[in-house]
Design a protein around this ligand. Sequence first.
Ligand SMILES: Cc1cc2nc3c(=O)[nH]c(=O)nc-3n(C[C@H](O)[C@H](O)[C@H](O)COP(=O)(O)OP(=O)(O)OC[C@H]3O[C@@H](n4cnc5c(N)ncnc54)[C@H](O)[C@@H]3O)c2cc1C
Length: 406
Amino acid sequence: MKYEIGVIGAGIVGAAVAYRLRTVLPEATLLVLEKESEPAAHQSGRNSGVIHSGIYYKPGSLKALLCSRGRELLYEFAAREGIPHERCGKLILAVELSELPRLHALYERGIQNGIPGIRLLSPAEIPQYEPEARGVGAIHVPVTGIIDYRAVVQRLLQKSQADIRYNALVERLISTESGYEIHASGSIYRASYCIFCTGLQADRLARLDGLHPPLRIVPFRGDYYELRPEARWKVRHLIYPLPHPTYPVLGVHLTRMIDGGVEAGPNAVFAWAREIYTRHGFSIRDTIEALSFSGTWRFFFRHWREGLEEYRRAFSRRAFWRSVQRLVPSLEMEDLVPARSGIRALALTKGGSFWDDFYFVAKERSLHVLNAPSPAATAALALAEVIVQKALQTWKLSSSVPIAGS
Ligand SMILES: Cc1cc2nc3c(=O)[nH]c(=O)nc-3n(C[C@H](O)[C@H](O)[C@H](O)COP(=O)(O)OP(=O)(O)OC[C@H]3O[C@@H](n4cnc5c(N)ncnc54)[C@H](O)[C@@H]3O)c2cc1C
């Protein structure tokens, strides 16, 4: 059988794309190929579970626009489909007086981004929201929430009514006049068009498809601790520090999860493998690809201070504890229990900067999502609208007519 559209990757972006395709092309035959035995096995199932507000991002950027729209679409979807979630709100804390100008600048950015209900808090107001948190000022962001992203991915895939093949590692693509022959784990699939949503492998799939992407995916691991049950009361909702001004992470935060646990993390250290989740995980191929790329070294030189600090925190529970104890002084080191890890796909340019927005490239019969960093889980439903629109425009397909060449 030849499918009309193949989606490669069953993370949240691939799942949202398949769902969106079903909405605009109700009759199309859709195929989803995923190399793991289940959906959301990588970034989408190993993230912080936060529905971001959109406060952080450069006004007018795709991240800012799609995070806000995606957030509301996600709340609607979760409510309609009965997926566990909560619009619980979060605090962003300034802990030292020197941080106040950055806190105020972030608040102004939130206003520019149209984030509803945000409010600057005085130190005396902080305990009304988080009795154990301390700061010299804070922003309360009421629209931030928490959700079970694995459940979201599963439901999106189910509703897409696509044929889904797990344990299907796409290794070879043969492009023909009328589409693709996709070689995956010993089977051959055919599709007129393909959308690649392959997260940590995005640059490799693009090269497989004859593109020369200007970005290289470099993996950065994030480790989490969880609070032991007796200490969970110290964190009611979500407590974040101010984000680092230049390093591409939000900083170690405290997050109540939808299952009732509380997590602290993640840090961000260079990882020696794209998809191995232990602290000593190592892949020769991934390491050679990362370290033979000039952008990685330029990034290291530019951020060596932050990199060393992150490494110290990765191997020292005390250093990790100090980062969260700044936010909640009553937390004790014994409250932190080592937990899981996730790995981010950081898209670096040759010049050593990280690509700070969503990025996709379309060609005659394919579209590649080359960069879908945080808040892509929050934004997925809105991101999928843009991806599908761009794909259909490039391929000169209309959503109301059957797909040609199938
Ligand atoms: C530690 C961490 C915390 C985060 N916290 C948040 C948060 O709280 N809120 C938020 O909005 N965002 C968060 N993010 C970001 C968000 O999780 C990601 O941006 C998003 O999940 C990316 O989704 P994706 O579908 O592009 O990638 P992925 O989820 O990685 O999915 C890609 C899929 O493609 C498959 N694949 C790859 N290559 C092939 C191949 N050759 N053949 C077949 N299948 C293939 C993979 O197996 C994988 O299942 C976080 C990310 C991390 C890592």
